[in-house]
Design a binder for this molecule. Structure first.
Ligand code: URA
Length: 213
């Protein structure tokens, strides 16, 4: 029986799991890794947006007028944590082209593993919108916690966290710090190692996306 974590949805759709397996393999190229991350981003975003409210509008089909549903209210904000969060963005924008984007620049201090802010840019009315924070790897949880802190400081109240892989340690820390923010991930792995890497994981997501190492 897979372990469950309160406040976390594991997207166990076969397509997501298949693509995640390809991403984990060392032999997967940088190009394939980026493409797979975009595709999984689309599939997880589909699940995250499942409960969005809709409203009926009047339209005309070639045959008849009708009332038909559209997504209600203000558009979403996608908030990738730089740099690896960018890997989800294209796929999500393909799905929801009208979404706004907020950029959150955080790097992980290699010694303390604490998050250090270096950039923040969000739409002016971000506080009125549902914000999806994106970071493929929920490892220590520090970056995701810091990103959500920054958004809450700007008045955002409706937030979701989208990951690809999570460590149990990161899940616990994040859900304790922000119990109101639900987490979506494709898997919760075994543990975090002493260098803050998820095991078995897939390595450094940013390096694998951009070929840096
Ligand atoms: N960030 C990564 O890219 N990989 C990990 O395993 C942990 C943090």
């Amino acid at each position: 029986m897979p372990k469950t974590f309160p406040g976390v949805t594991v997207v166990d759709h076969p397509l997501v799991q298949h693509k995640l397996t390809l991403m984990r393999r060392t032999s997967t190229s940088t190009k394939q890794f980026r493409e797979l991350l975009n595709e999984i981003g689309m599939l997880i975003c589909y699940e995250i947006t499942r409960e969005l409210p809709t409203e009926l509008i009047d339209i005309e089909t070639p045959l008849s007028p009708m009332k038909s549903p559209v997504i209600e209210g203000k558009k979403l904000v996608f908030a990738p944590i730089l740099r690896a969060g960018m890997g989800f963005l294209d796929g999500m924008q393909n799905l929801i082209p009208s979404a706004r984007v907020a950029f959150i620049g955080l790097y992980r201090d290699p010694t303390s593993l604490k998050s250090v802010e270096y950039y923040f840019k969000a739409p002016e009315d971000v506080a009125d919108r549902l914000v999806v924070v994106m970071d493929p790897m929920l490892a220590t949880g520090n970056s995701a916690i810091a990103a959500v802190d920054m958004l809450k400081d700007k008045g955002v109240t409706k937030l979701r966290l989208m990951c690809l892989l999570a460590a149990p340690e990161g899940v616990e820390k994040f859900t304790k710090a922000h119990p109101d923010v639900h987490v979506w991930t494709a898997a919760v792995d075994d543990h975090l190692n002493d260098h803050g890497y998820i095991v078995p994981g897939l390595g450094d997501a940013g390096d694998r996306m951009f070929g840096t190492k």
